[in-house]
Write a protein that binds this ligand. Structure first.
Ligand code: OAD
Length: 228
């Protein structure tokens, strides 16, 4: 049976109006990674970090799906084989489209207790010192994987990569590991590889096929071809 593993990144949601990280004017041009996306930054200035994710949570909640999210949901529903979607995105748009998805970098709508690891639905606005509903420690944080932390579900993802016949990366720059290394793992296990992006990336050389253009167009066309 055919098994497709799809890795998505910020480029998938760019046409929904959500900024990417490394494109010109992207999030990492406006904010320092060390300040807003590391455990140390959170320790130094929890207010700044909460405000950063509060703003992104609000923006994501208002964002509309684009054609690429919808096409991937359709593929997952109609493809006769298995379709696994692994996302680095924290915006929740895959779910809104009806896809089942593995969130390797966490999600904006999640809160995590730094004291007891309990997880719950994040309110639209989180504040430093918010109490954990389970252990009551004032230790709530966004359930987002920061730099220096280990991405979620890595064993499950490795098993999917080992068993896939096709690996597709969409809208991701290939600059952040371990996700950037997934293509190599898939190749090692004999999978075909496709990259869909506006332009070449740091890892383009590892892909056999390149579909260059906006995700809304390229993903939609690719899905239509696969289903026909
Ligand atoms: P990046 O911002 O690094 O890369 C976005 C990619 O999307 C680039 O390769 C763009 O060329 C491409 N792109 C932009 N618009 C597009 C469009 N309309 N159609 C197709 N492609 C488009 O974002 P990621 O690779 O997702 O991690 O970043 C990976 C991780 O780095 C993120 O999950 C985040 C960040 O730091 C954490 O916060 C832990």
């Amino acid at each position: 049976m055919e098994k497709i593993v799809i890795l998505t990144g910020a480029g998938l949601s760019a046409e929904s109006g959500l900024g990417t990280f490394r494109d010109e004017g992207g999030l990492w041009a406006q904010h320092r990674i060390e300040d807003v996306a590391t455990p140390e930054g959170f320790q130094r200035n929890p207010r700044l970090v909460m405000d950063f994710y509060n703003a992104r949570r609000e923006q994501a909640a208002q964002a509309q799906l684009n054609a690429a999210h919808k096409a991937l949901a359709r593929l997952q529903k109609e493809f006769p084989g298995e379709v696994i979607i692994v996302t680095q995105n924290v915006d929740g748009l895959h779910e809104k489209a009806g896809s089942a998805v593995i969130h390797m970098h966490g999600a904006l709508d999640g809160a995590l207790c730094a004291a007891c690891d309990h997880r719950w639905q994040a309110p639209l606005r989180m504040a430093p010192g918010d109490a954990c509903p389970k252990c009551n420690a004032p230790a709530a944080r966004p359930d987002i994987v920061w730099f220096g932390e280990i991405p979620y579900h890595m064993e499950e993802i490795a098993a999917h990569l080992a068993g896939c016949t096709l690996f597709v990366a969409i809208g991701t720059s290939g600059q952040v590991y371990p996700a950037a290394g997934f293509v190599q793992e898939a190749l090692m296990h004999g999978a075909q590889t496709v990259e869909i992006n506006l332009n070449a990336t740091d890892v383009s050389g590892a892909f056999q096929t390149h579909l260059i253009g906006p995700a809304s167009q390229e993903v939609t066309r690719w899905v239509e071809n696969l289903l026909n």
